[in-house]
Design a protein around this ligand. Structure first.
Ligand code: MN
Length: 426
């Protein structure tokens, strides 16, 4: 499926909001995307098309994966990065090729008041070095008409490839892919074995992923826009401030620079922007970890579902639903979850009669099934998330697990009253 096919699917199922009035990419489009909350296609952002909130809810994600909402975890947890990747000669992405690079020809948005500048937020950075490739999304700040500052987080694969090339005094060839099949975008946010992002995307899609080769040798999937270039071995500039998943400003750091040498795009391209700290950003960060937690918990008890909640920035809070088999399963599930996702800070374990998509229901489980001194585990001095504003200087935090499952021996006490379908006989 192409990016456009997916947008068409959103349109035909009446889930797409369309804005035809001209809007500015500086604050206005991001603000409207935040207010709308749904997938929104702007027909005129400073003269160009752009979409935001593309995978901005679990409903959109489920439709992309072709499963019901509560089936996302089952699909992802059983998936291996072993799909087929095919190299092709032609791509609609090559329809228009610009060698006189000017990034202001794209509707790159500025999102928040104190942001360091306009940022590309949905750019999949594909890099290749000595036979190794990587594809992952990095935030990219515009620092010149043909230059981007790339936040390469250590020890991610792009960071490692750049470090290897730089140690040999070499540039790292890269391509920034914007507006690929959403399965490719999702795959590039998933931590798969080195170089397996496109194989994983093909597994997700259940169909081969086609790649074509850029002038600099980097092989990329079909997309709306591809920026071709290289990362300089030495050059660094200030990157930031920028808003991360918690909605707070991340620090300014000295980061590497991508020089763009060529822009390719489809005719009338649709730019993809991810709203920082918006639901699409949170889901792309968090959902790939849910199957890891699910698989780890399945080693200790019968797990039904796992979500990283939106209120917990899809990163710091999990709710785990289990079918409790023996007393103590809740606490074993808590330990397994913390081991599987080291950034996790608070976790609640519930029974399978609790709707884990409904936070009122989760709170009900905490209210009626928890005794604080027995059911809450507090684990201080554990490695936490660098994104947690309340984390300690040394990177440690305190983890809290809440076992909100019923006491098995007292099951009747916890029975939730049901209303029968039938009416009372007269
Ligand atoms: Mn990788």
């Amino acid at each position: 499926m192409s990016f456009r096919d997916f947008i068409e699917q959103l349109r035909s199922t009446e889930r797409l909001v369309e804005v035809t009035d001209p809007v500015s990419g500086a604050y206005e489009a991001p603000r409207l995307a935040k207010q709308t909350g749904a997938p929104v296609l702007f027909h005129d952002v400073d003269g160009h098309k752009a979409i935001m909130n593309l995978l901005g809810s679990r409903e959109e994600l489920a439709s992309m994966l072709d499963v019901p909402k509560d089936g996302i975890i089952e699909k992802l947890s059983g998936l291996h990065p072993d799909g087929q990747v095919i190299i092709v000669d032609r791509s609609p992405t090559m329809d228009v090729i610009e060698t006189n690079v000017d990034l202001s020809s794209l509707p790159i948005m500025t999102h928040f008041e104190k942001d360091g500048g306009p940022y590309i937020t949905a750019g999949i950075v594909v890099s290749e070095y000595e036979g190794m490739m990587n594809a992952s999304i990095h935030r990219l700040m515009v620092v010149g008409k043909d230059k981007l500052a790339a936040r390469l987080v250590p020890p991610r694969h792009s960071y490692i490839l750049h470090k290897k090339a730089a140690a040999q005094g070499r540039t790292l060839p890269v391509a920034v892919v914007i507006g690929a099949d959403p399965a490719v975008t999702f795959a590039s946010t998933t931590r798969v074995p080195p170089g397996k992002e496109f194989e994983y995307a093909a597994s997700l899609r259940g169909a081969p992923v086609e790649l074509f080769e850029c002038d600099n040798g980097v092989k990329v999937p079909h997309a709306e826009i591809v920026l071709e270039g290289y990362i300089d071995p030495l050059e660094r500039v200030d990157e930031g401030p920028f808003v991360d998943i918690t909605g707070t400003y991340d620090l300014v750091r000295r980061e590497p620079v991508i020089h763009i040498t060529r822009i390719m795009h489809r005719r009338d391209p649709i730019y993809h922007g991810i709203l920082p700290a918006g639901p699409e950003h949170l889901l792309m960060m968090g959902v790939p970890y849910e199957p890891r937690i699910y698989n780890a918990v399945s080693e200790v008890t019968t797990v039904k579902n796992v979500i990283l909640t939106q209120g917990g920035c899809c990163y710091l809070h999990a709710v785990i639903q289990i079918e409790k088999q023996t007393e103590g399963d809740g606490k074993n599930a808590i330990m397994a979850a913390f081991a599987a996702h080291t950034s996790l800070k608070h976790v609640v374990v519930v029974d399978d009669d609790i709707d884990i998509f409904n936070m009122d229901d989760v709170e009900f489980a905490i209210a009626t099934r928890v005794k604080g001194d027995l059911d809450i585990m507090i684990i201080p001095g554990v490695r936490g998330s660098s994104l947690d504003p309340r984390g300690a200087e040394d990177g440690t935090t305190t983890k809290v697990g809440i076992d909100a499952t019923k006491v098995l021996a007292e099951a009747e006490t916890f029975e939730r009253a049901q209303m029968p379908d039938r009416t009372m006989g007269v």
